[in-house]
Structure formats: C-alpha cells, structure tokens
Design a protein around this ligand. Structure first.
Ligand SMILES: NC(=O)c1ccc[n+]([C@@H]2O[C@H](COP(=O)([O-])OP(=O)(O)OC[C@H]3O[C@@H](n4cnc5c(N)ncnc54)[C@H](O)[C@@H]3O)[C@@H](O)[C@H]2O)c1
Length: 262
C-alpha cells in the first residue's frame, strides 16, 4: 500500500517507535496522522511536528480506541492504516498479581482487538485497510524474565496472523513488527535483563524505515533484526533443542546480572 493520501492512526505515538513512525510516515504525504498516547503533551508535540492531530487516549479501553478512530474520521476521513503500537514491559514470574497480568494484556493485546473490532468491518466493506501490530521478537521467541511480556506478545502475533488469514481475501492487510532491542525509553527502563538487548539495539528511525518498506510490499513479518528469522527457524526445527538453548541463556543472563549488581 502506498501511504500517500492515506489516513493513519498511531497509538503510543508520543515517543519511541510510535513517534519515529509518525515522523517517517509524514514524509510519504499522507492525508493526515492521528497520534494517540497516554501522555497528552507528547502526543500533541509529535502531532504538531507531523501536521497531525494529537490526543490523549488509553488504548486499554475500547472507548479510547474509538475516540482515535473518530478523531481521524472527523479531521481527515476514514482510517486507512492503524498502527497498534502502544505497549508496556515489566519483568515478572507466575507470582505476579492478576492485576499486573491484566494490565499487560490490556495494552499489549486487547487494544489490538478493539482496533480491529471497529475497523475490520469497514475495511472489508471498502476492500482495503491496513493493520500494523507492534509485537516484538518476544512474540515469536520469548522474553527472558517476563512471562506476561512473552505471552502478550505471542497473543499479538497470533491475532495479527488470524486477521490476515480471515480477512486478507477481503482486502485487509496486516503487518506485525517483531524487533529485538530498540533504543527507546522502554529498553532503558524495562528491567535488568533488558541490558542483554542493548548491544544489538537498533534506532527507532531504522524500525520506522522497515515498517514503511513492509507496508509498501504488503509484507506480514517485519524483522528489524534479521537474525530473528534464524532463531525462529531454529525454534520450529527442534523445539526441545531451542528450549535447552534458551535455558542456558537464561542461566547465563541471571549469573551475569548477579555479577554486575554485586
Ligand atoms: N524498545 C524495544 O526494545 C522494543 C522491542 C520490541 C518491541 N517493542 C514494542 O514497541 C512498542 C513501542 O515501544 P517503545 O519502545 O517505543 O516504548 P516507549 O515506552 O518509548 O513508548 C511506548 C508509548 O506507549 C504509550 N502507552 C503506554 N500505555 C498506553 C496506553 N494504555 N494507551 C495509550 N498509550 C500508551 C506510552 O505513553 C509511550 O509513549 C511497544 O509495543 C513495545 O512492546 C519495543
């Protein structure tokens, strides 16, 4: 899909990958960009930069997502491209309280369901529309140290696949973005094990370029770290061997964290 003259919504667009997407999309002469974020000031700042509209929104509520879609419609027209990008990350094992599991599920997964619920019917009627889901390499592989992040990002990938399969023939395009480390506030703040991702982290601007290329090609899987494709193949080829390798990495990572925090 060409982004020229398209109406685009980006959630979590106030900073990081979402802000880079807004800036990169603005170079393609879209009809308009709506930037939604929990942080109103950041959303409005990025929106001003890209001649768009910035809104405070909470994507964990269906009403928050509908508000973004309606804002896009009233300022620019019906939404052509929706980037479900807002996400949160924190470490946690099985003992995390239900409220924390639900909080992560709300942002990293249910928000995508709300967007699709309100856009897929109109896109299938029109025969065109594009959902870009920001998942993570954790959605194909795993996330050391965070059970809810691994699980919710797998859910995001599974949902994106399902929409692509079920509504692709009616013209709904889907891409799923699965980076490893990206240099944003999330990587800085997401817990000690995030340090493992820092040496190979890429800039959000590179990720945004990759997203534009994938939309242009209408390609499903976006891998800013190409080595993830190999890891994903290793997992599919021999699951037990892959699990053994990940257990070893987990042990090494924990020993290293203990060592550097002594
Ligand atoms: N940074 C990484 O290393 C990395 C790697 C893989 C995937 N991702 C994914 O990329 C996406 C963007 O992350 P980022 O790295 O730019 O992080 P970030 O923390 O810099 O930005 C996330 C943005 O989402 C917003 N947000 C959070 N909860 C929200 C809510 N309920 N409603 C609306 N907005 C909300 C935040 O205010 C923030 O502006 C996330 O889905 C994240 O999981 C990040």
């Amino acid at each position: 899909m060409q982004l020229r003259d398209k109406v685009i919504v980006i959630t979590g667009g106030g900073q990081g990958i979402g802000a880079a997407l807004a800036r990169r999309f603005s170079q393609e002469d879209p009809a308009g960009i709506v930037v939604g974020d929990l942080d109103r000031t950041n959303a409005e700042t990025i929106a001003r930069e890209v001649n768009g509209v910035g809104l405070a929104c909470d994507v964990t509520t269906e009403a928050g997502t509908v508000e973004l879609i309606e804002a896009a419609r009233s300022h620019f027209g019906p939404v052509d491209v929706f980037c479900a990008n807002a996400g949160i990350a924190f470490e946690g094992d099985v003992d995390l309280p239900d409220t924390e599991w639900q909080r992560m599920f709300g942002v990293n997964f249910m928000a995508h369901v709300y967007a699709a619920r309100h856009l897929v019917p109109e896109w299938t009627a029109r025969g065109e529309g594009y959902l870009v889901v920001t998942a993570s390499a954790a959605g194909l592989l795993t996330s050391l140290g965070s059970a809810p992040y691994a699980v919710t990002k797998h859910a995001a990938v599974a949902f994106a696949e399902w929409i692509a399969i079920t509504h692709g023939d009616a013209g709904v395009r889907v891409s799923v973005l699965c980076p490893q480390g990206v240099n944003t506030a999330m990587l800085e703040g997401g817990g000690a094990l995030n340090q493992l991702l820092r040496p190979d982290a890429v800039e959000p601007e590179k990720v945004a370029d990759d997203v534009v290329d994938a939309i242009d090609d209408e390609r499903f899987l976006i891998l800013p770290h190409p080595e993830v494709e190999k890891y994903f193949q290793n997992k599919a080829n021999d699951y037990d061997r892959w699990l053994g390798g990940m257990r070893k990495l987990n042990r090494q990572a924990r020993a290293w964290i203990e060592h550097i925090s002594e």
